[in-house]
Structures are given as structure tokens and as C-alpha cells.
Design a protein around this ligand. Structure first.
Ligand code: DGP
Length: 117
């Protein structure tokens, strides 16, 4: 999709620090890492958000989780990791192309939001 930064990364039009690529999925290091390992795993095809996942396009989501399992071994995440999808305005999604954050090599906090004031 025109003007989508992750479509441009998927097409190789914008450089990225790639850790994995196949026909339908690409994974690359996040520009603003929140953990020693912070990789984004995305479908190459444009899906705007998790709200746009349908029976027709959900196969790539299953594949993304297979890629995440494989990458977890390669990136030293044997002790565990967190996968995050931010969706929409309340979910604080800033790039409107479906992506899963794979974070690891640090202990995560829970719950992931500040307590109510
Ligand atoms: P989200 O807030 O869930 O939409 O996360 C978007 C992430 O994408 C954010 O952590 C920063 C990252 N990001 C934005 N633009 C680029 C880029 O051009 N290259 C890379 N590698 N990461 C980017």
C-alpha cells in the first residue's frame, strides 16, 4: 500500500535490520527497542491492524507465530519472551500495518499498564 512504511520495508524500498524473511513474512529490529531483543514480525501483504484479520487472511498470522517460535531459538529467548500487538487508537498502534513486537532478554512487567489513578 502506498505511503505505508512497513509495506516499503517489506518491498525493500526502505532499509531495515532484517532477521528473517520468506515469501509472506519479514522480521526486523525495531527502531526504538524496548528490550535487548525487540523485533517486529509483519506480513508482507498490507493488513491495517488486528481488526482487519479475516478467515481469508488469517493464515499468515499463524505463520507469523511459527516464525516467532523459530526466531525465539535463534535470538536467545529460551527463558521466554513477550509478543505484543498494539491495535487501534486505544491500543496505541502507531504504524497502521499489522505487526507483532517480539521482546525478550529482560524480565517483563505485569500488568502492562499503569494502575488506575
Ligand atoms: P506500534 O506502536 O505497535 O504501532 O509500533 C510501531 C513500532 O514500529 C515502534 O516500536 C517503532 C517501530 N518503527 C516505526 N518506524 C520504523 C521504521 O522505519 N523502521 C523500524 N525498524 N521500526 C520502525
Amino acid at each position: 500500500m502506498k505511503d505505508c512504511i512497513f509495506c516499503k520495508i517489506a518491498a525493500g524500498e526502505i532499509p531495515s535490520n532484517k532477521v528473517y524473511e520468506d515469501e509472506t513474512v519479514i522480521a526486523f529490529h525495531d527502531l526504538e527497542p524496548q528490550a535487548p531483543v525487540h523485533v517486529l514480525v509483519i506480513p508482507k501483504a498490507h493488513i491495517a491492524s488486528a481488526q482487519e484479520i479475516t478467515p481469508e487472511n488469517s493464515g499468515v498470522v499463524a505463520h507469523i507465530f511459527e516464525v516467532i517460535a523459530k526466531l525465539s531459538g535463534e535470538l536467545g529467548l529460551e527463558k521466554g519472551f513477550r509478543v505484543i500487538n498494539n491495535c487501534g487508537e486505544d491500543g496505541m498502534q502507531s504504524v497502521q500495518h499489522l505487526h507483532f513486537h517480539l521482546l525478550g532478554q529482560r524480565k517483563m512487567g505485569w500488568p502492562p499498564f499503569p494502575p488506575e489513578e
